[in-house]
Design a protein around this ligand. Structure first.
Ligand SMILES: NC(=O)c1ccc[n+]([C@@H]2O[C@H](COP(=O)([O-])OP(=O)(O)OC[C@H]3O[C@@H](n4cnc5c(N)ncnc54)[C@H](OP(=O)(O)O)[C@@H]3O)[C@@H](O)[C@H]2O)c1
Length: 154
């Protein structure tokens, strides 16, 4: 099933005949594109949800949302770290992509602070339903040519 066309009705149909539920489902998941009913339905039948492009492919319009800037100041973290912490507290498996050694270090350092329930809900309520990644041949070709930066190429 293509996750872009997945609907709550599909989950209901699935639950009627499935004997074994999937353990993991990789789903496009960033704070602004939560589909609440679908997410609730998924969480009922699937044990782990893994965020697909957890930082919106690094899209600045996501990373620079005012709520992330506000919380980054409060906790002395970067905006990206606030997004990643939101994923962790939402119990999403999160594997951000980065070729930048400093970002890689930052992306691990999200376990020394905790967002409040109110902050979690403010983030979840951004919900602009915006798509940050629209595949096209140029982008697909750039993935195929992606290389590690020299310091990571061990
Ligand atoms: N199944 C599929 O078809 C598919 C396709 C795409 C991706 N994925 C998976 O999704 C995961 C991540 O995908 P992704 O890399 O495209 O998206 P992503 O993790 O949402 O975003 C990566 C982008 O965020 C930037 N970034 C990372 N850490 C940052 C930080 N601390 N501060 C600011 N910017 C930061 C990176 O730039 P820098 O390099 O400069 O840090 C990069 O441009 C991976 O697990 C990947 O395997 C799967």
């Amino acid at each position: 099933m293509d996750f872009l066309t997945l609907k709550v009705s599909h989950l209901k149909k699935y639950s009627k005949f499935a004997k074994l539920n999937p353990l993991l489902f990789k789903w496009k998941l960033i704070p602004t594109i939560l589909k609440t009913n679908l997410e609730r339905g998924l969480r009922r039948i699937i044990f782990y949800i893994q965020a697909w492009y957890p930082l919106g492919h690094g899209d600045n319009t996501l990373i620079e949302e005012p709520i992330f800037t506000e919380l980054a100041k409060k906790y002395g973290k970067s905006n990206a770290q606030i997004i990643l912490r939101w994923h962790v507290q939402s119990e999403n498996i999160v594997i951000p992509g980065s070729k930048n050694p400093q970002h890689i270090k930052d992306n691990i350092a999200v376990f020394d602070f905790e967002l409040t329930a109110n902050e979690m809900s403010k983030i979840s309520n951004i919900n602009k339903n915006k798509r940050y990644y629209v595949p096209n041949p140029k982008l697909t070709a750039s993935y195929a040519k992606m290389e590690l930066s020299p310091e990571l190429d061990v």
